[in-house]
Unconditional design. Structure first.
Length: 503
């Protein structure tokens, strides 16, 4: 038994010595300090997935024994293994073990190319120095941003408190306006009812009188057309009316709607309005310009014309008395003074009610807005609250983008005026650990033959709130990169030496 153990112990010593040379201490090459306990048994190694146990000497022997690749952290034998770069002086890094000895330097300390033809320079100290410089700069920005954030937080908390307190006063105003609105509405209803009744009575009386006048006028017209007194009129009879003496047979038939004759009983309903319409049309026709005549002929016939004109005047006077006048039936006379007074009173009551209702509605809107504002999620310390209602532009050259927190994101052609909505506020969209690290806007204007536009807003700490970049990673999907003091942490929480150094 002792004889069997000697080669194993010797092999383990070689591995340990090799491991010490690489900076991994007593751990196999490629194993992070956090997993050292899983490789502590010097006799056998159990695969991470528990599928098997192998002799410890088979760890990093360039042969993949474990299906999960856990036995080959320091070689490229397993395609799914993980190699841990210590990167002393900078940040530790895990890379796929398939990259080990692939002639490409992945670790800044060069440890991944420990058995290749490539010699990787150790640049970890340079990277570490740059990282610390960036951390110092970020700490300064964070300090300035965090100071602004505290101011925004105080302002936000004050706004929320004011809105919450304002709701109480607004509801008191609403209670005072409620009886006024009720009384004004009752007064309006009563006034409108009186107006309706008075107008209905006068309208009814007028309609009755109008119908009677129409009937009388229709009877007169029928008698004027019924020259043979047979209680019937025909299309040819229309030529008896002034202005219709030149009517054609087809036009006359059209007035009669194709009927050959109409009786006195049918005249009012079927023909009276058609004749009125035709008479109106004839009055609108321009009179013909008289032709030039011989002055002597005018003198010779002057006496005869005077005689004829007197005779025609008598005839026309008789005919026109039977001609329907459009103004006689169609123009309603104004309401009586009493009814007009009720109409005016109704209008006044309506105006008074609308004024009270406007005040009431305005207070209701203020209450709703105040409650929504107070209940909205503006971050753990309300620092986002003062930014609501503001907008921040980013001029990309061709387009001007606008970020309006909790409202919308837009895009406008810098040479035009039309604005395209890229999305409306949906909610916070950061990871579970910090949901305030991002916002999502959706339901924007639809793309041509595409989906609705949407915007993802990535947020990070900055001395002032501004949009630093806009990209479109996918069709109609935009990303705004935004810096704001609201995202800044307390600089005391920032570790300038935030790089991993393992022994």
């Amino acid at each position: 038994m002792a004889t069997f153990l000697k080669p194993c112990i010797f092999a383990l010593l070689i591995i340990a010595i090799g491991a010490n040379d690489t900076g991994y201490g007593n751990r196999p090459r490629g194993v992070p300090l956090s997993k050292a306990g899983l490789y502590s048994d010097s006799l056998e190694f159990e695969c991470f997935d528990g599928s098997k146990k192998i002799p410890f000497e088979q760890v990093n022997d360039d042969y993949c024994d474990c299906a999960d690749g856990s036995d080959e952290p320091g070689t490229s034998a397993c395609s799914n293994g993980v190699f841990h770069c210590i990167n002393k002086g900078y940040k530790a890094l895990d890379v796929p073990s398939s990259r080990v000895n692939d002639l490409i330097c992945d670790c800044c300390d060069g440890s991944d190319e420990w058995d290749s033809e490539v010699t990787c320079p150790n640049t970890c100290n340079e990277f570490g120095a740059e990282s610390r410089r960036a951390a110092e700069e970020f700490k300064k920005i964070s300090a300035a941003g965090f100071a602004t954030r505290k101011q925004l937080s105080e302002e936000g908390q004050k706004l929320v408190a004011e809105k919450t307190g304002g709701v109480i006063e607004l509801k008191k105003q609403l209670d005072e306006l409620t009886p006024l609105k009720t009384a004004a509405e009752a007064k309006k209803t009563e006034a409108e009812e009186k107006e309706r009744e008075a107008k209905a009575a006068e309208d009814s009386a007028w309609e009755t009188a109008r119908a009677e006048k129409r009937k009388v006028k229709a009877e007169e017209l029928f008698k004027a057309l019924d020259g043979d007194n047979d209680s019937k009129v025909t299309p040819a009879d229309l030529k008896l009316l002034p202005g219709l003496d030149a009517i054609t047979d087809d036009e006359a038939k059209a007035v009669f709607n194709g009927a050959e004759e109409v009786t006195s009983e049918e005249f009012l309903d079927k023909l009276f309005d058609n004749i009125r319409r035709k008479v109106r049309e004839s009055r609108k026709d321009p009179e013909p310009i008289p032709a030039e005549s011989d002055p002597e002929a005018e003198v010779d016939h002057e006496e005869d014309e005077d005689h004829e004109s007197e005779s025609e005047a008598d005839t026309e006077s008789h005919d026109e008395s039977a001609t329907p006048d459009e103004d006689e039936f169609d123009h309603r006379p104004p309401y009586s003074a009493e009814t007009q007074a009720l109409i005016d009173a109704s209008a006044t009551a309506r105006s008074e009610f609308e004024a009270v209702l406007s005040q009431y509605s305005e207070v209701e809107v203020k209450i709703r807005d105040a409650e929504n504002f107070a209940e909205f999620d503006y971050g753990t310390d309300h620092a986002w609250a003062p930014l609501k209602g503001q907008c921040f532009e980013f001029n990309e050259g061709k387009y001007i983008y606008k970020f309006c927190p909790f409202d919308k994101t837009t895009q406008k052609d810098s040479s035009g005026y039309s604005e395209v909505t890229l999305g409306y506020w949906k909610g916070w969209a950061g990871p579970e650990a910090n949901k305030y690290a991002a916002q999502q806007y959706d339901r924007g204007q639809s793309c041509w033959n595409g989906p609705e536009r949407s915007t993802f807003v990535a947020i990070k700490c900055g001395a002032e709130t501004k949009v630093t970049a806009v990209v479109e990673p996918a069709k109609c999907e935009y990303q705004f990169n935004v810096e704001t003091p609201v995202a800044c942490r307390d600089p005391k929480e920032i570790n300038v030496d935030n790089y991993h150094e393992e022994l």
